[in-house]
Design a protein around this ligand. Structure first.
Ligand code: TUI
Length: 331
């Protein structure tokens, strides 16, 4: 199953799969399982207290002796303190989201940590390379949570043309076909979030997992575009109401902000009607619950099988393809 790319070499991992840092969701249980399976597990620090972060890093290290990453959400008011704590804890890799990590880059490099900013444009990718980033995650708008504008299909090759450091593709990737496509676009690794929402080691409520499994391709919605903080989540009563309020020009920004407070944690705890279930468009490609290690192994097997085919053999394989959704619901 193992595979060598500049990403596996840089991060000291066995397969070029990074688990997306999902705020309030990606804890030691999930990250430890993905790292132990040979990918890179990432603990999401966005919105988390410092004591929780320290505890989760310790727990992840008791689950696996392989590299572990952490993510700093740069819009978090506590980002500076989180940045310092992670430097002290010497996690192996830090990814960042929703901003520029310029202020922390030297601190982390001095601590011997690999720094991998998440970017949504080639301009930011080039800036990150100049600042000393070891790689970038280029995340298309298909992703869940806080997103940029560009789609993965256009973003990945543009970022690959703009930098020399390795590019990890994210946004819309949930199976081996997506991985093969990302590599065809120039990536040397992938970051996958949504597919890991339903694994056994992910501790969100079963009701949230069920909604991801049931989701079709048109079942996500983007809220917050007007406020400059677009977030992709599953459609439900809450997200439809939020969008409707936003679209109403008379809506009050403070009222909307207040509405979002605590909504992610409500969904994680199982309130799937009144919470924000962050998920990417690839929720449509998630059909089942499995152990994280099984998902990692399947992703690699499928990607490697496709990678061995030339274009006409790929087309022939596509012609034999069965309806996955129909097949899984018939089980
Ligand atoms: O960060 C993410 N995704 C996230 S963070 C998050 S936490 C949250 N919780 C509640 C409400 C809202 C958010 C949930 N999902 N992805 C990485 C990412 N970064 N996507 C896009 C960007 C990005 C966008 C613009 C990075 C940099 C940027 O520009 C910064 C600059 O300085 O130009």
């Amino acid at each position: 199953m193992g595979m060598n790319t500049r990403v596996t070499e840089l991060l000291g991992i066995e397969v070029p799969i990074v688990q997306g840092a999902m705020a309030r969701i990606a804890n030691a249980s999930l990250a430890g399982a993905v790292s132990e399976a040979g990918g890179l597990g990432i603990i999401a620090c966005g919105g988390a207290p410092l004591a929780w972060i320290e505890e989760q890093v310790g727990m992840a290290r008791s689950i696996t002796s392989k590299p572990i990453g952490a993510n700093v959400m740069l819009m978090d008011p506590n980002a500076g303190a989180v940045a310092e704590l992670l430097a002290e804890l010497r996690v192996d890799v830090i990814t960042t989201g929703a901003g520029s990590p310029a202020n922390y880059m030297q601190l982390w490099k001095d601590a011997g940590i690999k720094v991998v900013p998440v970017v949504a444009s080639s301009a930011l990718a080039a800036r990150m390379e100049r600042l000393g980033a070891d790689a970038v995650v280029a995340e298309g708008t298909e992703a869940g949570g806080h997103i940029g504008e560009l789609a993965t299909m256009a973003l990945i090759p543009a970022v690959c043309d703009a930098v020399s450091i390795p590019v990890i593709a994210a946004g819309g990737i949930a199976n081996g076909r997506g991985i093969a496509a990302a590599f065809a676009l120039g990536a040397e690794g992938v970051q996958i979030g949504t597919r890991f929402l339903t694994v056994d080691e992910c501790t969100i409520a079963d009701a949230y997992k069920d909604k991801v499994i049931k989701a079709k391709d048109s079942d996500t919605i983007v809220t917050g575009r007007g406020s400059g903080h677009p977030v992709r989540c599953l459609k439900n009563a809450f997200s439809r109401k939020a969008r409707k309020l936003e679209d109403d020009l008379a809506a009050n920004g403070d009222e909307l902000e207040a509405m979002y407070v605590g909504s992610l944690v409500r969904a994680i705890d199982g309130d799937v009607d009144n919470g924000t279930m962050m998920a990417g468009q690839s929720a449509a490609l998630v059909y089942e619950r499995k152990a994280a290690a099984q998902v990692v192994a399947e992703l690699m097997a499928e990607a490697q099988a496709l990678g061995a085919l030339d274009l006409s053999a790929l087309a022939a394989a596509n012609a034999r393809r069965e309806r996955a959704r129909g097949a899984s619901s018939a089980q």
